[in-house]
Ligand binder design. Structure first.
Ligand code: G
Ligand code: G
Ligand code: MN
Ligand code: NA
Length: 256
């Protein structure tokens, strides 16, 4: 439990940070959104990846304060970008919601208060859920998703294709965006099976009226191929690694 103790201190003392990774229009390369990604530097100076500390936060219940911080910090940052732009800076901010957080906290109230505090309309916010939230508690998750939609937020299914949920929920839930998992995208130009999976997801999204984001877009060739296949947006090292908020703002102010 040593990591849990140190993570608890970091959450309480406001020592977590965000980095922001752009999500771009695959056709034009313009930044349309930023995904907020939590960062934690442990007391010994080690940058602990979210793949290590998010599970600890989920098991310990710390995901509730951590998740609140993430929503508040991301909306505060977007409001700052708007101030720097003297108006709507033109992008959304995306925040990851953990299934445990959805089960244990009143996320809708947290989102509503954060939007109010930062004077942002709900449409500026995107919330990324994973299929595991639907497996864990489909009814509660569905209700939360509808309430978040009522606030104006966009709902994205993260890591799509890697979970264990069935496809029936896709049609019943207010999902705006499917994010195609990086494992299907990176390297797909040399792998016909990956192309087939990506095509199938794009077809499904189109049939259900959803938009798509491909994760793990590392090369211009990949961006071109995905755009030709009908994918709207991409995220990955081609555009930028996750970067601190000040650097992210410069990516909007002077697009590449
Ligand atoms: O290594 P990298 O930072 O890109 O890892 C990002 C992954 O970590 C995201 O895809 C997401 O699953 C998880 N993550 C990052 N920040 C948060 C957060 O604030 N809340 C939750 N639930 N997950 C996060
Ligand atoms: O799939 P998930 O969202 O958990 O992945 C997030 C992780 O992937 C982060 O660590 C992020 O830095 C990394 N990542 C983001 N874009 C790319 C990319 O284009 N290629 C690779 N290999 N990793 C990426
Ligand atoms: Mn995500
Ligand atoms: Na992800």
């Amino acid at each position: 439990f040593a990591m849990e103790t140190r993570l608890r201190r970091a959450v309480e003392n406001g020592q977590l940070r965000h980095e922001y990774q752009p999500i771009c229009d695959l056709g034009t390369g313009r930044v349309v959104a930023f995904e907020a990604l939590a960062r934690w530097r442990d007391e010994d100076g080690r940058d602990v990846p979210p793949s290590e500390f998010i599970p600890v936060a989920e098991e310990s219940g710390l995901i509730v304060p951590l998740g609140r911080w993430a929503i508040e910090e991301a909306t505060r940052t977007l409001a700052e970008w708007d101030r720097d732009a003297n108006g709507d800076c033109g992008v959304q901010v995306a925040v990851n919601l953990s299934p445990i957080q959805l089960a244990r906290d009143h996320v809708v109230g947290v989102v509503e208060r954060a939007l109010e505090a930062s004077c942002l309309p709900g449409r500026r916010l995107k919330l990324e859920l994973t299929e595991s939230a639907l497996v864990a508690d489909p009814d509660r998750t569905a209700g939360t998703m509808r309430a978040l939609k009522d606030l104006g937020a966009t709902i994205a299914m993260d890591d799509f294709g890697t979970g264990y949920s069935n496809l029936a929920y896709l049609q019943r839930l207010p999902i705006d965006i499917l994010k195609i998992d990086r494992s299907f995208v990176t390297g797909m130009l040399a792998d016909r099976d990956k192309v087939a999976i990506v095509r199938a997801v794009l077809g499904l999204a189109q049939a259900l009226g959803m938009r798509t984001v491909a994760e793990g877009v590392e090369t211009p060739e990949l961006a071109q191929t995905l755009a030709a296949l009908g994918c709207a947006m991409g995220q990955g090292f081609l555009y930028s690694r996750p970067v601190p908020a000040e650097m992210a703002y410069r990516l909007i102010a002077s697009p590449t």
